[in-house]
Ligand binder design. Sequence first.
Ligand code: ATP
Ligand code: MG
Length: 595
Amino acid sequence: MASIRQLDPIVASRIAAGEVVERPSSVLRELLDNSIDAKATKISIYIEEGGIKSLTVIDNGVGMDADDLLLACESHATSKVRSLDDLFNLKTLGFRGEALSSIAACSRLTISSNGNSITVDNGKKSPVVPGSIMQGTSICMEDLFENIPARRLFLKRPQSEASECRKTLIEKALGFENIEFLFFSDGELKLHFEPTDRKNRSVQVFSLDKSFVPAQILQMSYKGENESLWAVCSDPGCHRRDRTQIRILVNNRIIDSYQFVQAITNAYSAALPGGAFPYFHLFIDANPALVDFNIHPTKRECKLRNQSAIYGAITTMIRNALVYKKADTVETPQLFSEVREAPARPYIAAPVSKGSSKPSIAQNSAKPFDSSWFESAKAILSKKDNASGQQKESPAKPQETPVQRAPSVVTTTRIIPEYRYIGQVFNTFLVVEMEDKLLFIDQHALHERLLYDEIRALKDLQRLIVPYSFEVERSVDDFLIKNSFIYSDFGIELTRREDLVWDMASIPAACRKNEEEIVSFIRNQTGDLESVQKGLFAIIACHAAIKAGDPLDNVTATSLVKRCFELDRMVCPHGREFTFSLSKQELYRQVGRIV
Ligand SMILES: Nc1ncnc2c1ncn2[C@@H]1O[C@H](COP(=O)(O)OP(=O)(O)OP(=O)(O)O)[C@@H](O)[C@H]1O
Ligand SMILES: [Mg+2]
């Protein structure tokens, strides 16, 4: 082994920088933190080529004098913390005195503040020279990793880096609603957040998502001894197929917390369809003495001393605020008698004021998802494939009798009652007369359920003429390397073209023209396999189904009704009942008749 030697300071600083600076968005996060700590009320961001070529942050905060400029890019140089005690009573986002020195170690950094300017080029400092006399600070980073080609290789394409920067800005803007933020990419204004209050900033952020419905907003709060919780979220009627709109902030800083996201999704699970997630911004204001952000280089994780109390508080807050009826406690109407030969399949919804002077810089030292039906379906499929040794079958057309149906996972024998199909109303409901009641069937939900059962039993592929290429995050890349088989089980063939880039070559025929939604789903999945399977099924079946408002001809409608009566439970793939019955008695009562 070679003998031990102390590293050259430039090499050492570049190694250390690797922890803080991964890509342009990490630089942006640090510069925004600094502007916020400097009590800025307006922050403008300009990026070029996704921030790889240049990234500039201009604020109107308290600024720095010439002496501070000289120290700002030194390692462990901060005005925010003096002693260890300060670390446990943090009122600022920065505390390590490492960010600027890390950025300056791997790019060309120019800082202009209060009439002075300094440039540090890949760790080499130039003297302070006169600069802009504008109030505040302007920090410009250029040519990230130009001198570290190995790290440059890990950067994504400029467009993807730009969207990472946009995401970082949105997350910061969420925590600091009283600050105005402007974001320009390659000379174009892409985002503008006006100062407002917490609720409206949340709505501004949710509204960047096209499917968000602003009217559907709930607010909830909880006051504990050492923490208070406040949340803005969507009503259960408005939801997404991924968790990207669930954000958690502790003392205004966004954090990644698998545990808290679980608490949110679990508390919501009975109110939402399977594979659906709410829009949810959770603000946790905790006593700084009980929070430690100094456990992760990018400060995206924190240790909370009362973590389990907060977990419980989240659950209680959400459950108390939501008025819903649990999907799994809904009674299915007893329309027919049935002899069960196997247990029922689960269709369960898954579970600062400005102007204060600033200290100078000192150098310091639910319910578990049952996948058995999926396994049985796969077993049936593989048996069938092996037996025939032939090509995959085409999708089942609406079947006329139960005997011709696609193989079912659970065999049930039922006595179908006498009924008469009356017709379609509002182009949405199929109405059926039975012995002593009228039954209204939601045509979309019924068809969705039937498709869902077909997709589970059959594989029908649509080959794409040109494979759909898409880029993924590192975590998703790792997930796909190990688990892409779960997509191929449903006809979604994925191949890894290069690091972080995947090609989709086929999709289930039922999802024709919905490649984008499938890809968006794939790009957001790193979780447990069962929820991925469940979410995927729900997307596939939901798209192909007849919609509410579609007029239906009699043949189609009667075939649908017939198949409806063959189901074991009249619930959609999301676990919701899709029929409503009105008794003869009730009808008579309404007009004052006696049955
Ligand atoms: N935009 C700014 N306005 C005013 N002062 C700034 C600005 N940016 C940086 N500074 C000063 O430079 C110092 C060093 O910044 P740097 O980001 O490196 O460290 P920090 O913010 O103290 O801690 P951390 O490494 O955790 O971010 C800060 O403590 C602050 O005094
Ligand atoms: Mg900082």
